[in-house]
Design a protein around this ligand. Sequence first.
Ligand SMILES: [Zn+2]
Length: 422
Amino acid sequence: MKKILLKSALVETECDKTSRKDIVIGDGRFLKIADAAAPADADGAEIVDCSHFAVLPAFYNGHTHAAMTLLRGYADDMPLQKWLQEYIWPFEAKLTGDDIDVACRLALLEMIKSGTVFFADMYWHRERTIKVVGEMGIRAAVGVTFAESLMSPEAIEGNFKFLAAHTGESERVRLAVAPHSVYTVGETLLKRCADFARSENFMVHTHLSETKKELEDCERQYGCSPVRLLERAGMLGSNLAAAHCVHLSDDDMKAFVDSGATAVLNPNSNLKLASGIPPIDRLLRAGANVALGTDGDSSNNNLDMHEEMKLAALLAKVQGGAETLPAHDALRMATVNSARAYGLMDAGEIKEGYLADCLLVDLKNERMVPGHNLVSNWVYAADSSCIDSVICNGKFVMRGRHVDGEEEIVREAEACAKRLAY
Ligand SMILES: [Zn+2]
């Protein structure tokens, strides 16, 4: 793999301090970050003039359903259960494997163009998602999804076999055990998923405490909250990434935090479905691991982690005061915290030895001017249109705002959605 030298890029060296650095990338990692790269370090590298770029960490999306791009705008302005049962699930029943390819390519195009290089996915047709991730050059934790109420017993056994064989895993793709939620998976299967994930060393990815209805139904069926049900099933632990976490009592919060699980917040989706506002300030004060995700395109309605990051920071301030969740910490939620939630311990920061995933952000874009504070500008003023280029695993996946094949991806998605909607 050819080395890349990012020449004279603006980087944050410590909190609120920036300087110009040469960054040498090779073998998929940041090999050297120095005031001036030594000729031997940069030998044979492609030199990229970064004098008008900042290099910032790329985004890691901790919870999404990539293939739901084709449902963007299909059913809006209604509550979660009605939305799922009357619109989303019937539409999804029509999707073929080929449709999933098209939907995933559109999702990954959208992610790359908004600076995301990793996503934790939960959906059907995982082989198709894995294939498209391979094609488009980014990373994923592909959830092998369990939804007992929508699956045959054979399909459930098939999931465990798929996981046990680590089917499709590679340098950029890992699998996760993904029981959909406490309202689609019963206690016995939750327990089996938890035991399996622990013994086979998988992350667990689920939806948790998203709506009041979920809480009430769980209380009625099991006599406890969803958090306590997961605890009973042995699923609370440091290998759990739980999306939403909107409705947590103090008791739930303590059990969740003590277990070392990560709350993956999705405030755009929660607001749009009127599920509530995630308790960001309370989670932070309780010492929780907090990461961010977009949720799917059908409830957000985009996959833009920058929007998620800014909204999380603003909501936290309303809850806890203007000093709550400063820009640096919001950026970490969308980058390093999400990466770590899925076991990527050497990702999400511009650091020697870390995975070479980063953004070249245009410092001449009007939203980045004047440059009093790079990270404040990035979090509060910018949007994803300020991203000129995206590097994942040491390779450009977007350059000069262009992704290879993007015109065809959009054309195919338009044709496919038209066919499915009628
Ligand atoms: Zn979701």
